[in-house]
Design a protein around this ligand. Structure first.
Ligand code: KIV
Length: 277
């Protein structure tokens, strides 16, 4: 049975009803279609595609065109799942006008359901302008990978009272600016819980402990596909990389032995072929 696609108002409704949901990434049609068949409610086409799909060291080199290129097939593959299009570095920091222009390109050229951008209170005026003109915006605070270099890498955030209070005021500023939900990345669980209690919009936690409204993971992390880096918070629910290696090596072995292809995998129509002299 097809699942019912979430809407923007559903996010707040789910929180009010204490109803949890789950959120993963996808960057291509095939993965999106598998997520669409699952019970997962939300897909993020994240700029993490720079690292996961393109092999970059950070997300900073991802362009608006890259994002649009990857969001389109995900929208096609997952018609029953709410789809978030990430705004890449450099596409919204300059001014609210730039952010509106970039968000409009993402929404109009891909037909995804909302955009997401990184940053706390400093981004509130931009988010306010965007939401005032009808752009649904998901915020992202805590560890914000686009600016990870400025804080010394991919590190836990909000680890002091001052840092935690700053994150709470960031979350409140984003809610007041009209964001309909907020990704909260890499913070101590007590901070995740405090932020979740401090706002009425859902907190979507990735490495933010159990007391958030929704859990987010990168699909390649949770399925153990991405070999290079395993964040502490990324539980592996399956081991697809090992399965893929098993399949690839079985194909290789049967190719070398001649076991593949058997008749079952061949076009067996008889065709008269004259002998050449
Ligand atoms: O780009 C991304 O995948 C993200 C997640 C880490 C939330 O922003």
């Amino acid at each position: 049975m097809a699942k019912t696609k979430m809407t923007v108002p559903d996010f707040k409704k789910f929180k009010e009803e204490g109803r949890k949901f789950a959120y993963v990434t996808a960057y291509d049609y095939t993965t999106a279609s598998i997520v669409n068949e699952s019970n997962i409610e939300v897909i993020l086409v994240g700029d993490s595609l720079g690292m996961i799909m393109l092999g970059y060291d950070t997300t900073v080199g991802v362009t608006l065109d890259d994002m649009i290129h990857h969001i389109r097939p995900v929208v096609k593959g997952a018609p029953d799942t709410f789809i978030v299009g990430d705004m890449p570095f450099g596409s919204y920091q300059e001014s609210p006008e730039q952010a509106i222009r970039s968000a409009c390109r993402i929404l109009m050229e891909t037909n995804c359901d909302c955009v997401k951008l990184e940053g706390g209170a400093v981004m509130a005026p931009t988010i306010k302008r965007m939401t005032d003109v009808g752009i649904p915006v998901m915020g992202h605070i805590g560890l914000t990978p686009q600016s990870a270099t400025s804080v010394g890498g991919f590190k836990v955030q909000g680890g002091t009272t001052e840092g935690a209070l700053k994150l709470i005021s960031d979350a409140r500023a984003l809610e007041a600016a009209g964001a309909f939900s907020i990704v909260l990345e890499c913070v101590p669980s007590v901070v995740g819980k405090a932020i979740t209690k401090s706002v009425s919009i859902p907190i979507l936690g990735i490495g933010a402990g159990p007391d958030v409204d929704c859990q987010v993971l990168i699909t390649q992390d949770l399925l153990d596909m991405y070999g290079n880096f395993k964040p502490k918070f990324a539980k592996q629910f399956a081991h697809i990389r090992a399965e893929m290696l098993k399949g690839l090596n079985a194909f290789h072995a049967e190719t070398l032995s001649g076991e593949f292809p058997t008749l079952e995998y061949c076009f067996n129509k008889q065709v008269e072929i004259p002998q050449e002299d």
